[in-house]
Design a protein around this ligand. Sequence first.
Ligand code: NAD
Length: 484
Amino acid sequence: MSRVKVAGVEVSTDHFIDGARVESKRKFPNCSPINNKHIADVSAAGAEEVDAAVAAARRAFPAWAALGPEGRHPLLSRFARAIQDHARDIAAVETEDNGSLLVGNVARMVPRAALNIQFFADRALKLNDGKIESPEVVNHVRFDPAGVGALITPWNGPFMLTTWKVGPCLGAGDTAVVKPPEWAPLTCSLMADLAAEAGIPPGVLNIVQGIGEEAGAALASHPDIDRLSFTGSTDTAKLIGASCARSLTPVSFELGGKSPLIICADADLDAAAQTAAGQYFNAGQVCLAGTRLLVDAKVADEFQAKFRTAVSQVTVGDPRDKNTRVGPLITPQHYKRVEGFVERALKSGVKPVWGGHRHSAGELYFEPTLLDGVAQEQEIVQREVFGPVLTWQTFRDEEEAIKLANGTTYGLAAVIFSKSEERAMRLAKQVVAGTVWVNCFFVRELAAPFGGSRNSGIGREGGNWSFDFYCDVKNIAAMKGSFA
Ligand code: NAD
């Protein structure tokens, strides 16, 4: 068994299969983006370990499903409590592993993770209450467990984003095989320990560590999975989708974005400036970030001055420092990708309003950047950078705002600032996005639907939408008066 100490916390670097730690001979290196130092060598699964994990999940499925929502509820509640009780450790390891802000992990991400487990355990209790009656028949609508869920997650919030899948998957009565991201695999390993500590039976939650193209691909193409839920990039989703199409495995995809942040002339410009500056948090490595600023030309100068002041107060540096708002990019490879986008844009004549270079905080830190003079069809407007890089465009009327907002292949989120409810709702209805925030950002209600349109995803999660995916929904139509 291999364990490392990260941020003072002991973490296993092995897989978790059928309730036991399993080591692979092959390892992959894992570095901290804070200083690009090596922190662990992690077991790298191939087809053999993935097979073992899927088989364990398959064996555990009948008993877990048979417990019913009532039988699973106390175990999942204990799991949620264990996450909350270990919040500080989880947050510290996550920050070390992926460079996300420690304050954000403590205050929001880990509590949300615990809530993800509790919310779906609670909601499952009421799932099978549905009845649709006609004069002749009673339709009993049932949400039956579907089987084994394959859950593949990204590095920008691995612990929280994995619980967003594990919660409804286990709550529904399915068992799970998780493939955490290779750039930040450690907190999912902690999750396995907490599940075991809470009494979740062996085989119900399995974790296989590994490289996407190997372990991830082996899981996505496995013939014995019943659902595949993926959060990550659009390019990877196309590969996974092709794999799942061969076996007709249902997929749920939460993908990338290039979301517009629309600032109307009647907006509270101070609040809008604060929200715009917030798009740089976590170095812009946030799928939902409003990275395309669309500003009414009438208030463009006034807004930009306020935005500049707000950005000047954003601290770039060590994500463990409570005052930091912009930490590092995850790896040198990702840093080069972000830098490449900016360099190509600048070469084409785009103007930096601010930023555009490496930040003095260290090798993987990039300055908060705003680029002006961009054309809608340009790469910097069309492609997800996943760094602290925003573009600046102005509009003359609502029609132009909507044309610019909808002028990419994505449709994950949109943010609108306006004091007119009528205008805000009119714009919100026309924008193509799974989530539209009006005069706010990042407010997430677990009962509400979440997902992306177009290249930003397939399907919706949250509330009963998650159970639509993780369950086999069945209708039992019983003829009235036909029973003795
Ligand atoms: P990625 O697509 O590179 O990787 C995501 C996961 O897929 C990782 O676990 C990886 O190992 C695995 N993977 C890679 N290749 C695979 C393959 N061929 N088969 C199976 N699995 C494979 O994405 P990333 O760089 O880890 O994450 C960043 C992306 O995720 C961004 O596009 C971001 O917008 C998106 N994201 C979306 C949401 C959302 O809710 N919509 C949330 C967070 C991140």
